[in-house]
Ligand binder design. Structure first.
Ligand SMILES: Nc1ncnc2c1ncn2[C@@H]1O[C@H](COP(=O)(O)OP(=O)(O)O)[C@@H](O)[C@H]1O
Ligand SMILES: [Mg+2]
Length: 256
């Protein structure tokens, strides 16, 4: 469970980047965050894993033991530990190109490439087997030994998902995970992400309202740092106009 309570972030010049954002996401939910460019979607996600410290408010994260921590007030050391339990999938994949698919999946449990170098050969057979299992879930086991640099965009994102699965997170965050993909691969990635929400809360930023309508259980819309909608994933034309303003015509063209 993750609960955001009244977080705000204001620039020294007075511009409000996040304005009293509050929401709670439980396991079983796949929440899609929508909003025009610059609305504050990425900043909201970054506050969930402690990369952004809000000026006020709290982000309460409950781990598998049921212990609650406030991400906003944790020391760096404790935050690193909590972050190991938060899976993140990015638009740009964030994989290590020169390493193999399997190695990239294993990095998921370590948190950093430096630790990875020192530990990789210390992985047990059982762990390697488990990493292969994560690759099987995304149908990528046949490419386990290939270099990531040789993969297509859709394949790279499947490795990103396998890495997150292997990490055994208590929360999964995804920032525009399908924005670089063609419609077929975008659907495939949504289909792979959705079932993960049966075990843990999943929150993703998307730029495709037709995809969040189809795959998400709930949509939150952000405009100028404020939540302007939190509810059912199907939005009307009027609601979409309100969320995107002039950007809407561009989105409509993309969906065609
Ligand atoms: N570290 C920062 N310092 C100042 N402004 C920032 C910072 N990060 C993001 N912003 C601004 O905050 C706004 C929201 O950014 P972001 O959350 O990245 O938007 P998006 O909804 O497109 O993901 C944007 O206007 C952006 O320029
Ligand atoms: Mg963004």
């Amino acid at each position: 469970m993750i609960e955001v309570i009244n977080i705000s972030k204001t620039l020294p010049n007075g511009k409000k980047l996040l304005d009293n954002i509050s929401f709670k996401v439980k396991k079983g939910e796949f929440v899609g965050i929508l909003g025009a460019s610059g609305a504050g979607k990425t900043l909201t996600l970054r506050s969930l894993n402690g990369l952004l410290k809000p000026d006020s408010g709290s982000v309460i994260f409950k781990n598998e033991l049921g212990e609650k921590v406030n991400i906003c007030t944790l020391s760096n050391k404790k935050l690193r530990k909590v972050r190991q339990k938060i899976g993140v999938i990015f638009q740009g994949y964030h994989l290590v190109q020169r390493l193999s698919v399997l190695e990239n999946v294993m990095i998921g449990r370590l948190g950093s490439i430096t630790t990875f170098r020192s530990i990789f050969y210390g992985f047990t057979d059982a762990e390697a087997h488990e990493a292969m299992g994560a690759l099987e879930k995304v149908n990528m086991e046949h490419l386990a030994n290939n270099k990531v640099s040789s993969l297509s965009g859709g394949e790279k994102q499947r490795v990103g998902i396998a890495r997150a699965i292997f990490q055994k997170p208590n929360l999964l965050l995804a920032d525009e995970p399908i924005s670089n993909l063609d419609p077929k691969n975008a659907k495939l990635i949504m289909k792979l992400i959705k079932p993960l929400s049966e075990e843990i809360p999943v929150i993703g930023v998307f730029h495709q309202p037709e995809m969040t309508a189809k795959y998400c259980t709930r949509v939150i819309a952000i405009k100028e740092g404020k939540i302007i909608y939190d509810g059912k994933p199907n939005l009307s034309e009027d609601q979409l106009s309100e969320i995107y303003g002039e950007e809407l015509s561009t989105l409509a063209l993309q969906a065609k």
